[in-house]
Design a protein around this ligand. Sequence first.
Ligand code: HEC
Length: 372
Amino acid sequence: MRTLVAALLMTLVLLAGDASLRAQTASRFASMSGEQAYDAACAACHGTDGRGNPKSVVGFDVPLPDFTDCTFSTPEPDGDWGSVIHLGGPARAFSRVMPAFGEALSDEDIDKLVGYLRGFCTDPSWPLGDLNLPRPLVTEKAFPENETVISMAIAHGDEASVATDVVYERRLGKRSQFELAVPVELQKGAGGTWQRGLGDVVFAVKHALFHSRPAGSILSVGVEAVFPTGKETERFGKGVNLFEPFVAFGQMLPSDGFLHLHSGVELPADTDKSSKEAFWRMAIGKSFMENGGLGRAWTPMVELVGAKELVDEEDAQWDIVPQMQITLSKRQHIMINAGLRIPLTSRAERHVQVLTYFLWDWFDGGLFDGWR
Ligand code: HEC
């Protein structure tokens, strides 16, 4: 909590400092359109067509990005581009050949330029990176992603267990994604000995039906297939094929806030082995950027997670999951999240779990790239 308050205060102080500085430096770009400012300040390196001028023209080796390549340009959030333009390449651990324009350009000029850069990808069917909201611990996101996540759920007490899940997500084309999740379970048996085994492997696909940057919304549908690779007898799996159709919705809220909704049903192939279950999940949070965008992002979130077996006389079970996500790398492509899953119902049988993940957005750089 203390770090959260510190992050909050730091953001406020920096915002105030920035504003007074900017007021003193009137921008010579203020009267220009985005295109004119781009041609004047950026085109020498990035090319008038946004593809990047060749080495023979620019005279340096660092490869220039191709802004017309929608695969590359659309996943980038406006804020990341804004920080690079404002503070130069090193703001996101890119080359210092990319100059800092924070002295010469106002925030409005930078917004105009980002808007102009966006125009280089001429296909609007790609969802924009701003709709890629921070990932909660339990709730599924609507945005189609390229990332690898290693998550852990730790329970102590009589039924102590450590469930590790390795999740690989890959973008398919403009609006789809597939996912493969391989869980490894570690459980304390009756005699106090620990057993290890494979859990139920999951394959999933997701497709964004609707997205709008102006509205700040994205809506996806998907289906998960759960295969009974885990040993049911040792509580490592459910012992039955499951299908899980779901809907996921993401909404940007003012001042870096956001909301996720995720709901679906779990349909077992054999209802004698496992019953049908409906679930609904909600996450709400807000990001705080250190050093006005230069440093880490701190994202506190809270999830409300509900599920109900679709059989008579079963009550809905509710959990609350407070958590904090922190970006680790300067590129902001490696992050961790940790929280507690606290049961609100059936508290005698269900215990608090520690949930955590390590996330690598590999599209933005290698595991060891983008740190400094
Ligand atoms: C002196 C040459 C030069 C100028 C002038 C220049 N850039 Fe760059 N820019 C670069 C280089 C080189 C990179 C790639 C850095 C890297 O990949 O390490 C880059 C990267 C970027 C990126 C990051 C792209 C990504 O990978 O996410 C943005 C955004 C950007 N430039 C915008 C601009 C804008 C807007 C202007 C004009 C206001 C501008 N640049 C002017 C050289 C330049």
